[in-house]
Design a protein around this ligand. Structure first.
Ligand SMILES: *[C@@H]1O[C@H](CO)[C@@H](O)[C@H](O)[C@H]1NC(C)=O
Length: 516
């Protein structure tokens, strides 16, 4: 009987470690962002954890162990802004960032004042872990502080100047390109100069424009004596949506872990008509989608006509995600309002992916080994396509230059030059060749943080330094000053010696003159 009780007791202990209560915060009203959080939350729920998910896309049918805290009104707020997404292509670097900063500060506050979130904050709920997306919403790090739980941060992109400072991750301007410059990691002298300045502008905007707003929001909505800066650098781990098969090899401190590719699902069966369309198209099919935020219907009419003209000249079929009716489409073009992108990319007859170069689309193309024609529009898309082109698995067609000739050139390049396909197949192999599948790796590290109630052992000592100490600026200034002082002392001594020498000579000279 005692043994039986002991067994139950032991089981209870193991179970409580295995089943944690986790708060997941993914409030960005963009499906690409949410899909990352959902993939993690769903997997954690499937593995027996209790997840509570702050998100704008609540489930229609309940999922076991998965509870929604809905902020669905965010979707409406952003719908207006989305109409002008193609316009962001013409905005400069600074206005692009400024637009994002303002939108995201607004969303950060909207999340806090949402009544469901308020209810949660005022409840007696206890969490063993908080996972939050990091996208210009640092005040949300306060959720972990509020619930006295360790924090896991998920970055929707690769390590960049917005995330690096959270972990003191080194990112020298000399070989780590700023995400907004569109450079690759091999930069010439002027590119390195631009990159250096871009990093300063980026860091400056973060500190001067964004952080003061986030600090205020933290103070306003998190009841605590502490400041945001006391909790900002306390994340146990930062999971980045990147992998060397897609991005450049750049430094990562031990608590910054790459899980890129984790969102890709094993291919599901396609709808019958689509399956037949793809199976029957022996000459190959080109998938064309500008992602979930940009709408192909918003392309200028003359651009759309150019595209159709280019398509009419090839023998391959084209599957285009197009949101309305499309008049004048040639016979080989099939439009669909929505399409299961990952499952289509997995089909062996897909020969090319024409894409806006969103990170998720790029990762999916690499995963399935499909070469890309990239038409980047805004944000990180330029950088993603620049990296892909430099690695020889994509060609870039700037939105401003998109025309029949330019697209025909790109289509022929990918269709007739086998190097693109070979390169991306190689990249695909790299993505699959890992000790743990990306999703398993993500779960492993999340559970590692739960098991150890945080991960201070992974924290870089760089976080305990001021930025100028970390960058050695104080030491360089000190040594420069010492060198200047030494030169001055040296100069004075030399001057003294020369003068006294001259005087002696003069004295000598005048004496010899007298003697004559
Ligand atoms: C920092 O994180 C640790 C565990 O991850 C936690 O115990 C501690 O309370 C956190 N500090 C603050 C100020 O929130």
């Amino acid at each position: 009987m005692t043994r039986f009780l002991a067994a139950i007791f032991l089981f209870a202990i193991i179970w409580s470690a295995q089943s944690a209560k986790i708060l997941v915060n993914f409030p960005m009203p963009a499906y690409s962002h949410f899909s990352l959080g959902f993939r993690l939350a769903k997997e954690l729920a499937d593995r027996g954890h209790q997840v509570t998910v702050i998100n704008p896309y609540p489930q229609k049918t309940p999922i076991k162990n998965y509870k929604d805290i809905s902020v669905e009104e965010h979707v409406e707020f952003i719908e207006e802004l989305k109409k002008n997404l193609f316009g962001m292509n013409n905005m400069g670097f600074v206005s692009n960032i400024n637009f994002l900063l303002m939108m995201c500060s607004n969303l950060t506050e909207r999340t806090f004042i949402n009544k469901n979130v308020q209810q949660l904050l005022n409840s007696e709920e206890i969490f063993d872990l908080v996972i939050t997306e990091h996208f210009l919403n640092e005040a949300h790090f306060g959720l972990a502080h509020h619930f006295k739980a360790p924090l896991v941060v998920v970055s929707p992109g690769a390590a960049n100047s917005l995330t690096n400072h959270l972990t003191a991750n080194p990112s020298p301007s000399s070989y780590v390109p700023n995400i907004m410059t569109g450079f690759t990691s091999h930069m010439n002298f002027w590119q390195r100069t631009t990159n250096f300045l871009a990093n300063i502008v980026y860091d400056g905007m973060r500190e001067v424009i964004m952080m003061p707003i986030q600090r205020k929001l933290f103070k306003k909505y998190i009841k605590s004596d502490l400041e945001l800066d006391d909790v900002l650098f306390n994340a146990s781990i930062v999971l980045t949506n990147s992998h060397i098969s897609v991005q450049d090899a750049v430094p990562h401190v031990p608590n910054m872990i790459e899980i890129g590719g984790f969102h890709v699902k094993p291919p599901k069966k396609l709808p019958d008509d689509l399956q037949k369309f793809l199976d029957d198209s022996k000459e190959g099919v080109i998938l064309f989608s500008m992602g979930s935020n940009l709408k192909s219907k918003d392309l200028k009419p003359e651009v759309r006509e150019g595209i159709l003209e280019a398509f009419s000249k090839i023998k391959q079929k084209v599957l285009w995600k197009f949101e309305t009716e499309l008049e004048g489409a040639p016979k080989n073009v099939k439009i669909m309002k929505w399409l299961p992108q990952q499952d289509i990319l997995a089909h062996p007859n897909i020969v090319m992916f024409i894409s806006h170069g969103g990170l998720l689309s790029t990762i999916e193309a690499v995963y399935h080994g499909v070469p890309i024609v990239g038409i980047p529009v805004f944000g990180d898309q330029e950088a993603n396509i620049a990296a892909a082109a430099s690695k020889g698995y994509a060609v870039r067609v700037p939105l401003k230059e998109l025309s029949e000739e330019k697209l025909s050139w790109a289509l022929n390049e990918i269709l007739n030059n086998p190097k693109y396909r070979e390169n991306i197949k190689q990249r695909s192999k790299l993505m699959q060749d890992q000790p743990l599948k990306p999703l398993d790796s993500a779960i492993y590290w999340i559970e590692h943080v739960i098991r150890h109630k945080g991960a201070p052992h992974l924290r870089s000592a760089g976080l305990d330094l001021k930025w100028y100490e970390r960058e050695m600026i104080d030491i360089i200034l000190f040594l420069t000053l010492v060198t200047i002082l030494l030169f001055i002392v040296f100069y004075i001594i030399i001057k003294k010696i020369i003068r006294s020498c001259c005087r002696k000579k003069q004295v000598k000279v005048s004496r010899t003159k007298k003697n004559k």
